[in-house]
Every structure is written in C-alpha cells, then in structure tokens.
Design a protein around this ligand. Structure first.
Ligand code: MEZ
Length: 516
C-alpha cells in the first residue's frame, strides 16, 4: 500500500504497449479450453460452452408427468417470468397495451441483478453523439459478433427508453444547469452514461416496482418456473411454477410467455466470485433449451475487472467502472500501472489476471489475490468530497468493514458479472420457440462477445418494452394452446441416447453452496 501512496503524482501516464489479442487469448477466462466442453443434446449440440452451463443444459428436468395440475390456476394473455428490470418493464408494457398479465418470480419483485447495477445506462443523447456512434462503439466492443439488427434497435430506441423512465419518475443525476449529466464508460467514444450516483439500477427498480404495483399486475412471488409448457406444434403455452412455501406445482396457461430470468453469476463459472444476485442461476436457459429455443454466444461471459477481493465477506462485489472513468487507477504490487483503466472490460480483466498469475498481485489473508485500485486518486484529481458525493454506495459498502476508500486503495480482481450470450431472439424478443419471448440478460446476441458498460440497463428497458409489446400483439391474434410437456419427452428420449450425461437437475433455482 505504501508503494501506491508514494507513486501517486509521479505515475507515468505512458503505459506498456498493449497487444490486446495476446493479452485476451492468453489470460481471459473465455479462452481457457479446459473450462469448456461440447454439448451433446439439444438445439446447440456440437457447440461449446462452459461445464457449469453444459451441466444444466444437458441435465434432467425435476418434473414428472404426474406433477402437472389438472387445471391451470391462471389463464392470461401474457405470462412474464422474472421480477427484475426486464420482467417489470415487459409486464408494464404488455399491460398498458391491453393484455391480461401475470408476473411470476422466484423471489420478490425487484430481487434481481438490476438492483445491483451501479454505474449507469448508456444513451446517445449528447449533441455531439448519435445512435450510430453508440452502435459503432458497442459493435467494436463486442468484437463485431453482435447481431446488428438487435444492436440497431438497442441504440436507436435508447433515448425513448430514457424518456419513458424519466416520465415514470427515475431521477437521473443532473448538472448545475439542470440538464441530465453524462459520464464516460470503457470502450465508448463519447460520454453517454445516464446515472443515479452509483446506485442506478436500484433507482430504476424502485420506480419500475412502484409502477407494477400501481398497475395492479397480479404477482406470484416465491414461485420459480420449473418447466415451460408447449402444444402439439411446439409453441409455448404457459409455464409450470413451484410455490417455494407449499412446494406445490401451479400451472399458468398463457398465450405468450416473456422469459426475463436474468443471469448466470451464481454458477460461479471457473470458480470465479460473482457480482450477481443470489437468484442468478440461469434458470431460463435450460428450460427454454428443452423447449427448443437455441442459444447464441453461449461460450462468452463478462468478468468485470473490478470485483472486491478483500475483505472476504464482500469478495466478488462490484466496484463500479465509473470510479475508473473519473481517474481511479489500477496498480500492481510494485505500485505500477499496467493497463489503460478505460480499455474494454475483457482487456482490463485479462491484464489483472496476468499481473496476478505472474506474481505481481497482492495476496489476501483468505488466500485470494488482487491488484490495487487507487480510489483516493479520484479526490486528488477532482477535489476532496468527490468520492463521497458521487459514489456514496461504494463509500458505505467499504466503510462497513472499516475501509475508508477516500483514504486507502482497495484490492480488486475480476468477478463474474454478465453472460454475454443467451437465448437467441429476433428484434421483437421472440425466441426459436414460438410465442416464447425473452428479455434482458437471459437473451443473447445484442452485446456480441463483450458488453459495454451501461448497455445492460438499456437492454432491459428497450427489449423489455419490445417483448412486452410484441407478446401482447401476438396474444391478441391467437387462442390458448394445450398444456403439454411433449418437448420434455422428446428431450428425455434424446438424453437416453447418451450414456454419460450429467445427472444435474435443472433449473437449479439456488446456488449449491453446500457442495461448493
Ligand atoms: O453495465 C454495467 O455492467 C455497469 C454499469 C457496471 C459498473 O461498473 O457499474
């Protein structure tokens, strides 16, 4: 720590030359071959993903034909599954468009990764910016593997999405003139992050939750989806939920379903800690997969460069990129900078892993390793009080462990933050299984192989709205389908053709910390 303090003010702005390809292929976890295997069953058979996800996709359903109740408890136009930002947005939009809606969620409305999003939401609204520029930055950041049609809608509808949120009551930070103020994010050519200090997602969810409650959308909380229903044509017709209190199954018949079950962090891929919510166990992926929806970019994950590694109780907790965007620097044990802190996340994460694996990291008492993030540098650059004013959440989170980030650097290491891929969708959010729409982190294709900061809060709003709207329109055109599990029978038959498939039961619903 002494080296960090001593080097402040005389740190070279000149960084070692960056060979980005060598850095990423050499050190980013996405390129660790032993972490991957080829899928043997389902729509993506023959393609690779990490073992932890493959275990779920190739796993067994908990549901037996005798588990299906004879009658559905609800019949609705649109069933939304997931109580985070994407689910709430889809439910609100479908309801305003005239659909009858039920929102079912594993935990409570709002319990999700959305509330943990800190740094902001990207929207191209500055006079010198444009959706085209936003597209180009995101496409470059995603290694041009983004689905261009999906990305185009994301950036184009950004300003409208932000306006919708403001009309609902979201209080974005403003500058001295009362205009919304914008900050820069890694890999972006323009400042375009709308934010609410460093608890942007919490503020969004506060407002969305209120709106869902005010709209009196029926809620089924503590009721995770364990299987989707399909009809004879293979289209989605509803879902089977499990009441966590009574352990009883409940069938919901719906003309359309919007899946917004969120991310994957709690699978702790490759043993990484995570910034994700307790419920982030990828439940939508195996269930949609069994129902015939294919995945895309299922081999790429985002390891946010700066997760806390000390103290142990907060290992994995997000330390927002926004702190780096205003000057906090990364330093190895020698007190040397080793990467431009505003490089894309995959490069910064790979550089930290390289420093640590080559002996230039700092060990924690619990046996982890990390590098320094010099947060006091922010107050040195912008004046005392900046950290407290702009990052109250960060100051408070660390002060609970008697660490004053205004005075001392903290130790960080990459934390599993986001699944870049997910269920393949079209521009209305519809998956390969007809009448099954997907919004938010469970979907894939928008972000390519590396999502830019702030594009996920935008994604949940833009695609929450698009899928909610499209699900309502479709529901008005069709009738109810039968509630069968024909797809599951077919999947089970396919499984039987392989002797050594995992015995994992999926969806997982909760992280398996006992065995870990
Ligand atoms: O979009 C994100 O992942 C984000 C804003 C994270 C952060 O660093 O705050």
């Amino acid at each position: 720590m002494v080296r960090v303090v001593e080097s402040r003010g005389k740190r070279l702005m000149q960084l070692p030359p960056l060979n980005k390809d060598a850095l990423i292929f050499g050190y980013h976890p996405d390129y660790k071959e032993t972490a991957y295997r080829t899928l043997r069953v389902g729509p993506n058979k023959g393609e690779k993903t990490v073992h932890e996800l493959a275990d779920l996709l190739e796993g067994e359903s908990p549901v037996l034909p005798t588990d299906i109740p004879t009658l559905p408890s609800h019949q609705v136009d649109v069933l939304v599954i997931g109580g985070g930002g994407a689910g709430a947005t889809a439910a609100l939009t479908a309801s305003v468009a005239g659909a009858t809606v039920v929102l079912a969620t594993k935990l409570r409305l709002g319990d999700s990764n959305t509330v943990m999003a800190e740094g902001g939401m990207q929207v191209a609204i500055a006079p010198e910016d444009s959706p085209v520029q936003h597209f180009l930055d995101s496409f470059r950041g995603g290694y041009k593997k983004n689905d261009p049609a999906l990305l185009k809608r994301l950036v184009k509808e950004g300003p409208r999405a932000a306006k919708w949120l403001m009309q609902l009551g979201v209080l974005f930070d403003r500058d001295g003139n009362g205009d919304v103020s914008l900050r820069s994010g890694g890999g972006s050519s323009q400042p375009r992050l709308l934010r609410c200090k460093d608890y942007t997602g919490l503020e969004l969810m506060r407002v969305l939750k209120d709106a869902v409650l005010n709209a009196k959308i029926p809620l089924l909380e503590f009721s995770p989806m364990v299987e989707l229903f399909t009809d004879e044509q293979g289209g989605c017709t509803g879902a089977l939920l499990k009441n966590l209190d009574t352990k009883k199954y409940q069938a919901i018949q719906a003309k359309t379903v919007v899946l917004a079950t969120g991310g994957i962090g709690r699978l702790h891929i490759q043993g990484f800690p995570t910034s994700n919510h307790y419920g982030a166990t990828a439940d939508g992926l195996p269930t949609a997969y069994r129902a015939g929806a294919s995945l895309t970019l299922q081999d790429t994950f985002q390891y946010h460069p700066t997760g806390a590694v000390f103290p142990e109780p907060i290992a994995g907790m997000l330390v927002t990129e926004a702190i780096r965007s205003v000057g906090a620097q990364l330093l190895n044990v020698q007190g040397e900078r080793f990467i431009n802190e505003m490089e894309t996340r995959d490069a910064v994460a790979a550089a930290i892993i390289r420093e640590c694996s080559e002996g230039r990291g700092i060990a924690t008492p619990a046996g982890r390793v990390g590098v320094w993030l010099d947060m006091p540098q922010v107050d040195v650059i912008h004046g005392d009080g900046t950290l407290a004013k702009r990052f109250p959440n960060m100051v408070r989170q660390f002060s609970r462990y008697k660490i004053d980030i205004r005075k001392e650097p903290v130790l960080v290491y990459p934390t599993l933050h986001y699944q870049n891929g997910g269920i393949k969708i079209d521009i209305d959010g519809e998956s390969g299984c007809q009448n099954l729409f997907v919004a938010g982190e469970a979907s894939g294709g928008i972000h390519g192989r590396n999502r830019l900061m702030g594009n996920s809060l935008l994604d949940i709003i833009v695609y929450g709205r698009r899928s909610g709207e499209a699900a309502c329109v479709r529901a008005k055109q069709i009738g109810f389908g039968s509630l069968t599990l024909g797809h599951l029978e077919a999947f089970r038959k396919e499984r039987k053709m392989h002797a050594s498939l995992p015995q994992t039961v999926s969806p997982l619903l909760f992280p398996d910390y006992v065995h870990r």
